[in-house]
Design a protein around this ligand. Structure first.
Ligand code: YH5
Length: 282
């Protein structure tokens, strides 16, 4: 965690001295993890409301399907799906809004309607992304991925996955700092499931605390319902992976993750409360 424990961006701030929950809001037509239940705009906004009531401090709005093997989405489609939902949440709910996008254009439009955090699985590697983030004065979440969503799970390979992820994230964070994004606005994320074997994912989880890079940056853990949870529990159906996901979220907090990105906010919030009780009576 950086010197300040507060994440501040575009007029809203969040105290990360205790961990916080980022609730996932998929606005893709093929969102596998919610079975396509939240297609409509109204349904998406209601789902965001429920997650805030259940304890989410951040809502992560995503319009690009990044599951392994997924086809790319056009910028027009992404804008059409994401912007109205971001606008409604930012206007009506007391929560930080993050946008799961790699597009500077999409992020720019989302900031105009109230977004605070740029969550990019491509770590701002698209042209103009870093400069745009600096200019918009958003917080950024930089994620590690090997390969691209289409092919990343074909043959993931590392000499030392923990070292390689740290080296990549360090370089991306430095690029951001050089562009004027201060360390207290940078969040690092190992990218569970993005070009990683189950063993790679669990090695990274065991070493999650190191990703703060000597406590210079905030750390986010996103493993909710992912294959690594199914692999350890034998649960083939994503919706059946809730208990495994909550357990792994608790371990992430123990490993000093300040933010956990989850589908099951209410259940994860109980784990967070247990974590806080343990800290209180340490
Ligand atoms: C992430 O890791 N992931 S979208 C496969 C699943 C379940 C969930 C059933 N956006 C991340 O959530 N942003 C996504 O198996 C993300 N970190 C950050 N920062 C994929 C996803 C998922 C994939």
């Amino acid at each position: 965690m950086p010197l300040t424990t507060t994440l501040t961006a575009r007029g809203r701030s969040l105290d990360l001295a205790s961990p916080k929950i980022m609730g996932i809001l998929n606005v893709t037509p093929d969102s596998f993890s919610d079975g396509g239940k939240f297609l409509g705009r109204d349904a998406a906004i209601r789902h965001a409301e429920a997650m805030v009531q259940d304890g989410a401090a951040i809502i992560d709005v995503g319009g690009e399907s990044t599951r392994p093997g997924a086809d790319p989405v056009s910028e027009e489609q992404e804008l059409e799906r994401v912007v109205p939902v971001v606008a409604a949440i930012a206007q009506n709910l007391d929560v930080m809004v993050s946008v799961d996008t790699s597009s500077p254009q999409v992020m720019t439009e989302c900031v105009k309607v109230g977004a605070h955090i740029w969550n990019d699985i491509r770590a701002l590697q698209r042209p103009q992304a870093v400069a745009t983030a600096a200019q918009l004065e958003v917080a950024v979440c930089l994620m590690h991925m090997q390969g691209d969503p289409k092919t990343m799970q074909v043959k993931p390979s590392y000499h030392d996955v923990v070292a390689e992820v740290k080296t990549f994230l360090s370089a991306r964070a430095q690029a951001c700092e050089q562009a004027g994004i201060s360390a207290e606005r940078i969040i690092l994320d190992p990218g569970f499931g993005f070009g990683k074997s189950v063993a790679d994912n669990y090695r990274l989880l065991n070493h999650l605390s190191e990703l703060s890079l000597n406590e210079r940056y905030f750390v986010l853990s996103a493993l909710s319902r992912k294959t690594m949870i199914g692999a350890a529990t034998g649960q083939q159906v994503a919706a059946e992976r809730v208990v495994g996901s909550v357990t792994a979220a608790f371990f992430s907090m123990e490993q000093h993750a300040q933010i956990v990105r989850v589908h099951d906010v209410k259940e994860t919030y109980q784990a967070l409360q247990i974590y806080q009780a343990l800290r209180e009576y340490a």
